[in-house]
Design a protein around this ligand. Structure first.
Ligand code: ITT
Length: 200
């Protein structure tokens, strides 16, 4: 069974491929399929935006494969949930994550330890060949670190501290992150739903 994943984010795609490894799906991107869809992500939730991305590619596909999309981001409680659904667009889409992370640490400078809670959220949407839409959403809880640390992962990983590991999600291995991450949980949740829904 082929899954067309509607993402242009290579880091996400690497994680998704690793998480889905061994389930027997052939994962291709919309670009691999020659589908150029760049819908406006104007939903008000991660789920809504994931569905917008999946539906835009489904509409242009041959409707024989499952189309999936991931919408994710970092929600910081002390910043009223920001950057949230605007995580990719925060300070501009093309601004480097060194700059974005430094800015968030600055905004969190005087926030005490007990108020530094945050979570990575990941919604995964799927449109099945019959047109049925499914969305799931999962989170990984943590805290905003006091400084940037780690080279693994991507995006906001260097400032996301995992208390149970005593390090940031950019300091743990890809395998360790995928076991506990918002994306790992959401993809596995979606695969369990598909297992029920699809005539495999
Ligand atoms: P697509 O829409 O093409 O999939 P995107 O990068 O625009 O790619 P999103 O709109 O879902 O994707 O934005 C997610 C942003 O949230 C991403 O660019 C990162 O900045 C951040 N993010 C999400 N998951 C993350 C993770 O596991 N580690 C670090 N940062 C993450």
């Amino acid at each position: 069974m082929k899954i067309i994943f509607a993402t242009g984010n290579k880091n996400k795609l690497n994680e998704i491929r690793a998480i889905m490894d061994g389930y027997g799906f052939d994962i291709v991107t919309s670009k691999d399929e020659g589908i150029a869809a760049d819908p406006e992500e104007n939903g008000e939730s991660f789920e809504a935006n994931a569905l917008i991305k999946a539906k835009a590619v489904y509409e242009l596909s041959d409707r024989r494969s499952v189309v999936m999309a991931d919408d994710s981001g970092l929600c910081i409680d002390a910043l009223n949930g920001e950057p949230g659904i605007y995580s990719a667009r925060f300070m501009g889409h093309d601004t480097s994550y060194d700059i974005k992370n430094a800015e968030l640490l600055k905004r969190m400078m005087n926030v005490p330890e007990e108020e530094r809670s945050a979570r990575f959220v990941c919604a995964v949407a799927a449109v099945l060949p019959c047109g049925r839409e499914v969305t799931v959403c999962e989170a990984m809880e943590g805290r905003i670190a006091h400084s940037i640390a780690g080279e693994n992962g991507f995006g906001y990983d260097p400032i996301f501290f995992l208390p149970e590991f005593g390090r940031t999600s950019a300091e743990v291995s890809e395998q360790a992150k995928n076991l506990i991450s918002h994306r790992g949980k959401a993809i596995r949740h979606m695969l369990a739903v598909l297992n029920e829904e699809l005539p495999l």
